[in-house]
Design a protein around this ligand. Structure first.
Ligand code: GLY
Length: 316
C-alpha cells in the first residue's frame, strides 16, 4: 500500500505530498541520477529518462532493470539467463525504497520481470521475501505470464557445458552477472533494484546475494544506497551493500566506502582461485563511487541527460 501520495507538481519546482495526514512540500533538487552495474546502457537510460520526467526512484529502478530482464542477450539476468546445472533457469531479485521498505523473490522459474515481482511482494503482501513455487504462484495472481526463460542459445551453451561440467564462477565483462541499479529522484529520495539469474550452472537451489537485502542491495535514504555484483557467496559473508552504506553513514565518500568494503574481502582472493566482487554506491548529495577486486568492472551513470559508461577502479 502506498503510504505517500504525491498530489501535484508546481511549475517543476516541487510537489506536495500527503504522508500520514500531513501535507508537506518537497522541493525538486534537479539532482536526478541513475547508476547501474556493468554496461547496461539501455536500462540505465530508461531509468534516467523516467527520473527526468519526475518518476519516483523506485519505479525508475524497477522499470530500468526490466529492460535487461527482457534482453535475451544478457545471459546473467532474466530471459536468456544461464540455467543451473540441471538446465533450469531460476531468478533472484530485490527492491528497496526510500522509506526502508523492501521486497524480494528467490529461485523463481518462468517469470521474466522478477524485480517487478519483488516490488509487488513489498507492496501487496505482508512479507518481505517469497521463494520458488510460492513466488511463482503469487506472480500469476498478479497477472504475470509464464514464459520459458531458457532460450535456444542458452540451452546450447548449457549442453556444451555438460560435456565437461567444470564449475568456474569467473565473473567479468564477457561473463558478468547481475544488474544492480540505484536511482536518486528529483525529490532527493533513493531507491534501488537488483536482479540476476545468479551464477551460470550453479547447483539447483543455490541463491546468491542479489535477492538478499543488505547483501545485493541496501538503501538508507538518510545516507545513500549501494548495490553489489560478483561472487554472491563472498558478498553475503560480509553483508556487502549494508557495509558500504554504514561506512557512508560514518562519513566515508561512496568511493571510499566501496574501496573499504572490497578490500575487506579481497584478501580471500587467492592467486589460484580468483573471483570478482564489485560495489557501486550513491549518497544523498548524488556523489557516486565504485570499486572492484579485479579489473574489468564498469557501470553506467545517467546524469544531466547524459548516459556514460565509467570504468571502475580495482584492487588488482
Ligand atoms: N551476484 C549474483 C550471484 O552471485 O548470484
Amino acid at each position: 500500500m502506498n503510504r505517500r501520495i504525491f498530489v501535484f507538481d508546481i511549475f517543476g519546482l516541487g510537489v506536495f505530498s500527503i504522508f500520514k495526514n500531513k501535507i508537506k512540500f518537497i522541493k525538486n533538487t534537479e539532482m536526478a541520477r541513475s547508476v547501474s552495474t556493468w554496461k547496461t546502457s539501455d536500462a540505465n537510460l530508461k531509468a534516467g529518462q523516467l527520473l527526468d520526467k519526475g518518476s519516483n526512484s523506485l519505479d525508475a529502478a524497477v522499470e530500468g532493470v526490466a529492460i535487461e530482464e527482457l534482453n535475451p542477450k544478457n545471459t546473467t539476468v532474466g530471459l536468456g539467463g544461464a540455467p543451473d546445472r540441471t538446465g533450469i533457469v531460476t531468478l533472484d531479485a530485490c527492491v528497496m525504497n526510500h522509506l526502508g521498505d523492501c521486497g524480494s523473490v528467490v529461485a523463481v522459474e518462468n517469470i521474466v520481470h522478477v524485480a517487478r515481482l519483488a516490488k509487488d511482494v513489498m507492496e501487496k503482501t505482508p512479507h518481505v521475501m517469497l521463494a520458488g513455487e510460492g513466488a511463482e504462484e503469487f506472480a500469476y495472481t498478479q497477472g504475470y505470464k509464464s514464459r520459458d526463460l531458457l532460450t535456444k542459445e542458452s540451452k546450447k551453451e548449457w549442453k556444451d557445458w555438460l560435456k565437461n561440467q567444470e564449475y568456474k564462477p569467473i565473473i567479468n565483462i564477457e561473463n558478468h552477472d547481475t544488474i544492480g541499479m540505484l536511482c536518486l529522484d528529483k525529490y532527493n529520495n533513493i531507491s534501488g533494484a537488483c536482479t540476476s539469474s545468479g551464477l551460470a550452472y550453479k547447483m539447483r537451489g543455490r541463491v546468491g546475494d542479489s535477492p538478499i537485502i543488505g547483501s545485493g542491495l541496501f538503501i538508507d535514504n538518510k545516507v545513500g544506497g549501494a548495490v553489489a555484483t560478483g561472487l554472491g557467496e563472498e558478498i553475503v559473508k560480509t553483508v556487502g551493500s549494508h557495509l558500504v552504506v554504514e561506512l557512508m553513514r560514518q562519513g566515508k565518500s561512496p568511493q571510499e566506502a566501496c574501496e573499504i568494503a572490497v578490500k575487506r574481502i579481497a584478501d580471500n582472493n587467492k592467486q589460484d582461485n580468483r573471483f570478482q566482487v564489485a560495489y557501486l554506491a550513491i549518497n544523498k548529495s548524488g556523489e557516486v563511487g565504485s570499486y572492484s577486486i579485479e579489473p574489468g568492472f564498469s557501470y553506467m551513470d545517467y546524469f544531466n541527460r547524459e548516459n556514460k559508461e565509467i570504468i571502475s577502479a580495482s584492487a588488482y
